[in-house]
Design a protein around this ligand. Structure first.
Ligand SMILES: Cc1cc2nc3c(=O)[nH]c(=O)nc-3n(C[C@H](O)[C@H](O)[C@H](O)COP(=O)(O)OP(=O)(O)OC[C@H]3O[C@@H](n4cnc5c(N)ncnc54)[C@H](O)[C@@H]3O)c2cc1C
Length: 388
């Protein structure tokens, strides 16, 4: 190992690996430090992603595809199911292998990777971040870097150490639980979403197939709801009702920051990416693809700054991210807040209206228009979403 690097990335999730890889591809020295023993494990994710979201970064590969998704099934509180067919739209991943492969692409680009390396502080010089402190194999160490990229996930502390405001409103921090269960006889090519106050108030419940009748089953509810009844209780109720005897293979819990991106995701010597920057899509809660996009932008800009010997160049990252996805996430956040206020009756009415469209003519655009046409009061909600 060197005594200093151009760029040090903290965390080897999808965002970190892409930051590291895109930086190394510009011929700068990059080290990625991961606290866990294995890259990609433990998995805390529903593992659903669009095909386009994957293929911007890595060609699709059967070895990390658990299920190929071509349909969405939306389920209203009264049990009405609306099915939309999309062609091959996405995947449910085997993230344990997917994350590993992403890290391998970074290694191929020249990134040095060390696991079981826990970053526990930052180095500063004249108020600028200039490296990291970390513990590895029982020893406390320090390494200098021109730029540090914090990709340390939803519980990120690195950004806070750098003086960035990383706190988000309790309401926007979805508390999520999920099991992977066997013997779940659902369509292995469909993602299932369930709405309503009895299954997932201010959020949604999901069943994502993982092949061979296994499925990720879980929900995310707003931090406010979680105070009254835990996400785990909603999950238990659903399983007792629908799949009381399903063998449970894994159980996970975690936070999903369903908010707009942090106000500031760069400071002298440091950039934040992925969940650490709150780059999750606030409407869907999906953060794999958006984290990889954030990582790619940050890695590229950090490497450019090093090459130009103009480290202030990294401060351009906030705007580049906002133009690519950040502003879109602001719109999604407003839509999310609108949908959160829908009553069960409104979800039911929309489902009934949409089901009147013949199956083969059900595009997302048509569904949206018909929902508005058949439920004019929705127009006001949608207008509010965009105006307020
Ligand atoms: C229950 C649940 C379901 C979800 N379902 C989906 C889904 O279906 N689709 C989707 O797109 N998104 C989903 N998400 C969100 C998705 O998992 C995250 O947005 C995504 O993993 C973010 O990637 P990341 O690289 O920013 O962070 P992470 O994947 O969390 O990676 C961060 C890495 O940093 C490491 N690290 C942390 N601190 C340190 C430290 N101090 N030193 C060194 N290393 C450190 C961690 O060990 C970890 O490997 C879900 C989340 C949850 C909780």
């Amino acid at each position: 190992m060197k005594t200093s690097y151009d760029i040090i990335v903290v965390g080897a999730g999808p965002a970190g690996s892409m930051a590291a890889r895109f930086a190394a591809e510009k011929d700068v020295s990059v080290l990625m430090l991961e606290k866990d023993r294995d890259v990609g494990y433990p998995v805390r994710c529903g593992e659903a992603i669009s095909k386009a979201g994957v293929e911007e970064f890595i060609p699709s590969d059967e070895k990390w595809i658990a299920a190929k998704i071509s349909k969405f099934s939306f389920n209203a509180p009264d049990g009405t199911e609306v099915i939309l067919d999309f062609g091959e739209a996405g995947y449910v991943l085997e993230r344990r292998i997917f994350d590993y492969e992403l890290a391998r692409t970074a290694a191929d680009a020249g990134v040095e990777i060390v696991t079981r390396a826990y970053v526990n502080g930052l180095l500063f010089e004249n108020g600028k971040v200039c490296g990291v402190k970390y513990e590895h194999q029982g020893e406390q160490k320090e390494l200098k870097a021109k730029v540090v990229v914090a990709a340390d996930g939803v519980e990120s502390r690195v950004g806070r150490w750098a003086g960035l405001k990383t706190h988000i409103d309790f309401r926007d921090m979805e508390s999520a639980v999920q099991i992977t269960a066997a013997n779940i006889p659902v369509d292995q090519n469909a993602l299932y979403f369930f709405f309503g106050k009895d299954v997932a108030p201010n959020g949604y419940f999901w069943i994502f197939p993982k092949g061979n009748n296994k499925a990720n089953i879980g929900l995310g509810v707003s931090g406010i709801i979680g105070k009254k009844k835990s996400a785990q209780s909603y999950l238990n109720d659903f399983m007792n009702k629908h799949y009381p005897n399903a063998p449970v293979l894994t159980t996970i819990a975690g936070g999903v920051p369903c908010a707009v991106t942090l106000g500031k995701i760069s400071a002298p010597g440091i950039l934040l990416v992925g969940d650490a920057a709150k780059q999750v899509n606030p409407l869907s809660g999906g953060g794999i693809a958006s984290g990889m996009i954030g990582g790619k932008i940050a890695g590229t800009i950090a490497a450019e700054a090093v090459k130009m010997n103009k480290l202030d160049h990294i401060l351009k990252y906030d705007k580049t991210w906002a133009d690519r996805l950040g502003k879109r996430h602001e719109t999604f956040d407003r839509i999310k807040n609108g949908i959160y206020n829908f009553s069960d009756e409104k979800f039911n009415n929309i489902a009934h209206a949409v089901n009147k469209i013949p199956y083969e003519k059900r595009t997302l655009g048509k569904v949206f228009k018909t929902a508005l046409f058949n439920q004019p009061s929705l127009l006001i909600d949608v207008a509010k979403v965009f105006i307020i």
